[in-house]
Ligand binder design. Structure first.
Ligand code: UGA
Length: 439
């Protein structure tokens, strides 16, 4: 099939390469000419394990090319995937739909053959129906343009795996023909026995925001219990493990720490609440306000613990920060809790040096006034406190005994609860961890 993927960010670039690896002829499209130039040369504009190889393989096989032209895309594709961002609006908590709308506005007038527009971006429910009207209005008369919705569940850091082997496929369609087109698009995934749910447009849109709202709720739930543990002198780690053994609860997304960030969960729960308000059912999602509030307060809790560990003041204290990305295996710093903590430590007078294996350049672009280093050892040099904020696996490999020779004071705050704190303690470090008793 001839497929275009419009928007080549964290979602679209991987989707384009994935579609090509299924054997389709794919054109990735973006307004950012520099990004298109990079992708055309098989270079990834961001860090995503496995993406570079997938890109190169499919470019070399002649199945994947890139363009900045929606007109070219219109002439090329039978199926057009919309993968542009839906960030939080500048003036409200609703989703900013400008980029999605601009795709349809730019593409539809050039459509000269029947085609299917398939939304993958996370959108307020009702968007597909609205875009369908917009496309019908803007397309040349006589051109049949249908709209379907196919929410994406990929996780950054595992995006290639999630694209090639998703745990489910959800599509919202308005006709059996559209369903059959999408079955062809995803033939290899369906052949692997992947659960397939075909439903209406609104339900498909809602599946995505509901999934992210549930994940966010799980994280904030365990973080709220972590607060109770701290107050009661209990330990969140065995508690979470015990909960996780109940298969009705499950252990995933029950990792306590500094909370969730990234380009999805934080803005998606807010956009969901805003849309529910518009629909007159805002109260139904009232609990998400608490989910959001708990998460928003996590960085401040981490800073309070850090200050406490330094005897009540951060002024002129040297602090090593481990991690800037919103999660490991990504260089994405959007809404990163790690960076919020680093910034707040600095605002309270600390001299902060931030290390991250991949995200330093992106972090510097957002918060240029922080000190950064590409070498973990440099962050530790002279530190009176180390704060572990993004759970990269290399931080778990650190040797606490060797690091004693670099720091001024061996104190560490594990704000992700992934370090072996007994090991650090026995090496002579004072350790605190969010939701765990101090010893
Ligand atoms: C999330 C969803 O997991 C994907 O299914 C979805 O497709 C994607 O959003 C999206 O909407 O596009 P992602 O933003 O890549 O994926 O990140 P997650 O793996 O969900 O992690 C989100 C944040 O939660 C991270 O900051 C992570 O550190 C934090 N987290 C995760 C916790 O604090 N505790 C946990 O137990 C799990």
């Amino acid at each position: 099939m001839r497929i275009t993927v419009i928007g080549t960010g964290y979602l679209g670039a991987v989707h384009a390469a994935g579609m090509a690896s299924f054997g389709h002829d794919v054109m990735g499209v973006d307004v950012d000419a520099a990004k298109i130039d990079q992708l055309s040369r098989g270079l990834t504009p961001f860090f995503e394990p496995g993406l570079q190889d997938l890109l190169r393989e499919n470019i070399a096989a002649g199945r994947l090319k890139f363009s900045t032209s929606l007109e070219e895309a219109a002439g090329f594709g039978d199926v057009h995937f919309i993968c542009v961002g839906t960030p939080q609006s500048p003036n409200s908590t609703a989703a900013d739909m400008r980029f999605v709308d601009a795709v349809v506005q730019g593409l539809a007038p050039h459509l000269k053959k029947p085609c299917l527009l398939v939304g993958k971006s996370t959108v307020p429910v009702g968007t597909a129906a609205r875009l369908s009207e917009m496309a019908a209005r803007l397309a040349p008369s006589g051109t049949q343009v249908n709209v379907a919705w196919n929410p994406e569940f990929l996780r950054e850091g595992f995006a290639v795996e999630d694209t090639l082997h998703p745990d489910r496929l959800v599509i919202g369609v308005t006709s059996a023909d559209d369903e059959s087109i999408l079955r062809d698009v995803y033939a290899p995934v369906l052949a692997a026995g992947t659960p397939f749910i075909s439903t209406d447009l609104a339900t498909a849109e809602l599946v995505k925001v509901s999934a992210n709202a549930f994940l966010a709720t799980k994280i904030s739930f365990i973080n709220a219990i972590a607060d109770i543990c701290e107050a009661a002198g209990a330990d969140i780690m065995p508690l979470a493990a015990a909960l996780g053994h109940d298969s009705r609860i499950g252990s995933r997304f029950l990792a306590p720490g500094v909370g969730f960030g990234g380009g999805c969960l934080p803005k998606d729960i807010r956009a969901f609440m805003a849309r529910a308000e518009e629909l007159g059912v805002g109260e139904s999602l009232d609990f998400l306000k608490s989910v959001d509030r708990i998460n928003v307060s996590r960085p401040a809790s981490a800073v309070d613990l850090a200050r406490d560990m330094l005897g009540g003041s951060l002024m002129n204290r040297r602090v090593a920060v481990l991690g800037a990305a919103f999660k490991p295996n990504s260089d994405d710093v959007r809404d990163s809790q790690a960076l919020k903590v680093a910034k707040a430590l600095q605002a309270q007078g600390a001299h902060v040096r931030v290390h991250d294996p991949e995200a330093v350049d992106n972090a510097r672009a957002v918060y240029p006034t922080l000190n950064y280093t590409h070498e973990a050892d440099k962050a530790f040099e002279g530190a009176e406190l180390t704060v572990h904020l993004t759970e990269w696996s290399q931080y778990r490999q650190l040797d606490p005994t060797r690091l004693l020779g670099l720091v001024t004071s061996p104190r560490i705050l594990d704000a992700r609860n992934t370090l072996d704190i007994d090991h650090w303690r026995s090496a002579g470090w004072t350790v605190r961890a969010m939701g765990r008793p101090s010893r």
